[in-house]
Design a protein around this ligand. Structure first.
Ligand code: SF4
Length: 160
């Protein structure tokens, strides 16, 4: 197994949020990215060492939209007109906000448990992080994230 899992902050948040929604296994995605394998590593080992990465991370590596380390995908701006259409730019906005909120930065290394504890202690009101997204959509995310944090920090490791 790799020594360090490189991950964007929002990808970690998304995994914990999905975990809070009851997801313990992730299926391969049509994009070919590695969320299913990275999530399995994290959910099976709370002490997995993470490297904070704001560029292409281990999930992006095999993705078909990863063009020489840059995400070439676009996002649906129909319900978030103030967001950039470039997924790379959008991700950077969100990841920088998460970095500020969680007091982390590019290159930091910490275990999945420690990063989840930061979520528990510092996430606060995440409406502001996703301010371009309609509040009702973020509200759904809030309860799942809280549940995911609680479960991740309280349960024994889940078999991958
Ligand atoms: S951020 Fe872009 S390159 Fe990375 S997994 Fe998502 S679509 Fe693929």
């Amino acid at each position: 197994m790799k020594d360090v899992i490189y991950i964007k902050p929002h990808h970690f948040v998304d995994i914990i949020t999905s975990f809070g929604a009851g997801k313990v296994r992730f299926e391969p995605h049509p994009y070919g990215h590695a969320v299913h394998t990275v999530a399995a590593q994290i959910l099976s080992n709370r002490d997995a060492l993470l490297g904070i990465e704001l560029g292409a991370d281990d999930i992006c590596k095999p993705c078909r939209h990863n063009i020489n380390g840059l995400c070439g995908d676009t996002i649906d701006t129909s319900f978030r007109p103030d967001a950039p259409s470039s997924k790379r730019e959008w991700n950077l906005i969100i990841d920088r906000r998460w970095c500020e909120r969680l007091k982390i930065k590019q290159g930091d290394r910490l275990t999945a448990r420690r990063l989840c504890e930061r979520l528990q202690n510092y996430a606060g009101d995440i409406m502001d992080i996703y301010r371009e997204i309609p509040a009702n959509l973020t509200a759904e995310r809030v309860s799942k994230l809280k549940e995911g944090i609680r479960n991740f920090l309280s349960e024994d490791n889940v078999a991958a």
